[in-house]
Ligand binder design. Structure first.
Ligand SMILES: Cc1cc2nc3c(=O)[nH]c(=O)nc-3n(C[C@H](O)[C@H](O)[C@H](O)COP(=O)(O)O)c2cc1C
Length: 174
């Protein structure tokens, strides 16, 4: 089918998402990229995925990486998100980071952090689908989530969280 690609992208952008930064080992140091394709795949085993544009200059590093870390961003991470979405801008210098056990650092004060070992890299058209097995997770930050909708950063409307929200279990809980 022949699509008007711009209209198609705009239609896809009507699906509001959160925003994450994925980090992995680069040629010399760790690198990062802003993504909104992150999603959970399976609870048992704990699998997550994100999709990487094959045309990206960062593609081969992420596709080859043994491990990656996903940091779920809050509204205060908007500038970092914009920076790591700029073409060619993948260095983490000057970004407030937290060390992880697997190596790729997390962004400090993220709403959640998922430390993954890469399980599979599957072809998906002009993207590569990167599936990770979660080894550890944590919920360091408590701010409002950064939201992406119709090509712009946004935030959830402020309101009272639903009953029962607020548990902060992590892999460190026994
Ligand atoms: C909110 C947002 C979400 C994005 N999500 C993805 C994504 O899921 N996968 C991806 O490959 N690029 C995504 N991008 C684009 C990359 O962040 C980045 O702009 C692109 O890789 C730049 O090209 P380069 O990697 O060649 O430097 C997203 C950008 C923004 C602003």
């Amino acid at each position: 089918m022949d699509f008007d690609i711009r209209a198609y992208r705009e239609a896809l952008g009507s699906f509001p998402t959160g925003v994450a930064v994925v980090t992995a080992a680069g040629a010399e140091s760790h690198i990062g990229i802003t993504v909104n394709s992150f999603t959970s795949v399976s609870l048992d085993p704990p699998l997550v995925l994100w999709c990487m544009d094959r045309r990206s200059s960062r593609h081969d590093h992420f596709a080859a990486a043994r491990a990656f870390t996903v940091s779920i961003l809050g509204t205060e991470h908007k500038a970092v998100s914009a920076r790591l979405a700029r073409p060619g801008e993948h260095a983490l210098d000057g970004i407030d980071l937290l060390a992880t056990e697997l190596g790729p650092p997390a962004l400090r004060d993220s709403l959640a952090v998922f430390e993954c070992v890469q399980q599979q890299a599957l072809p998906g058209g002009d993207h590569t689908i990167l599936i990770g097995r979660v080894q550890r997770f944590s919920r360091p930050g408590i701010s409002a989530p950064l939201v992406y909708f119709r090509g712009r950063y946004s935030a959830l409307a402020q309101g009272k969280p639903p009953e029962g929200v607020g548990g902060r279990r992590t892999t460190d809980d026994k």
